[in-house]
Design a protein around this ligand. Structure first.
Ligand code: OMP
Length: 233
């Protein structure tokens, strides 16, 4: 893990120790069978929730400073984005107090509520606001497209996406020719929506980190998977 920034190293370490990153055989949402799986739902202890929200907040503050990322709302798509958006918002206030009264969070319901306050969104209204999407993993980008559409329907302006892990895979549409790299999920989203996308870790970081703890067999299978589904950008 020599080349990784210290906060990335800490995050990867926490993911490994907390059983968030697992090796074996896992069917993905895209139907690809992966030798590794990153389950952000496992970040449920106080220690791990602190680790993931700190790593997100550092990535976001860095993008604010160096890439001009600008947002009013941290939006977490249901379900795994929900605890993330509230924990990250708290951390952004702690690490950069100028955010305390200017940054809010919100998340969506899977089914609209038809009584009480009603509607699809819990937390800050999205209307006219700059919205940053936070989510666990990006593989094909399908869940991110759904979140963008939902936010736009509510009148929000999507200003960026931050994920814990970019699996750096080509789009499933390119699967017909297994031997060739295809366009990446992130690259297509960037092009299509004109928004910046950031990740705490990528598959390359995981493979680099694996060298210090994983079995040779797991490393080999993960490297083969990377080669098979490699993206061009
Ligand atoms: P999209 O790339 O937007 O379709 O999202 C991929 C989703 O798959 C994530 O939001 C996760 O719910 C899930 N997933 C993981 O949680 N971890 C993985 O390592 C891989 C996946 C996946 O199925 O691709």
């Amino acid at each position: 893990m020599t080349g990784l920034a210290p906060y990335k190293k800490d995050f990867l370490q926490a993911a490994i120790e907390g059983g968030v990153l697992k090796f074996g055989s896992f069917e993905l949402k895209s139907k690809r069978v992966s030798p590794y799986f990153f389950n952000a739902g496992e970040f449920h202890t106080a220690r791990l929730a602190g680790a993931i929200s700190s790593a997100f907040a550092k990535t976001i503050l860095d993008a604010q400073q160096n890439d001009g990322l600008d947002f009013d709302i941290v939006f977490g798509p249901a379900y795994k984005g929900i605890p993330l958006c509230s924990a990250i918002t708290i951390k952004l206030g702690e690490l950069a107090p100028q955010n305390l009264d200017t940054v809010s969070y919100s998340f969506d319901r899977k089914e609209a509520k038809d009584h009480g306050e009603g509607g699809n969104i819990v937390g800050s209204s999205l209307k006219g606001k700059k919205v940053l999407i936070v989510d666990d993993v990006i593989t094909a980008g399908t869940a991110k497209r759904e979140a963008i559409d939902k936010i736009r329907k509510e009148g929000g302006i999507v200003s960026g996406i931050v994920v814990a892990l970019d699996r750096k895979e080509k789009l499933p549409a390119a699967d017909s020719d297994d031997s060739k790299p295809g366009p990446s999920a992130i690259g297509e989203l960037r092009k299509e929506y004109g928004i910046p996308i950031f990740a705490i870790l990528t598959l390359d970081d995981i493979i680099e980190g694996m060298k210090s703890f994983a079995s040779e067999d797991d490393i080999k299978r993960t490297e083969e998977y990377r080669l098979k589904y490699k993206a061009t950008d």
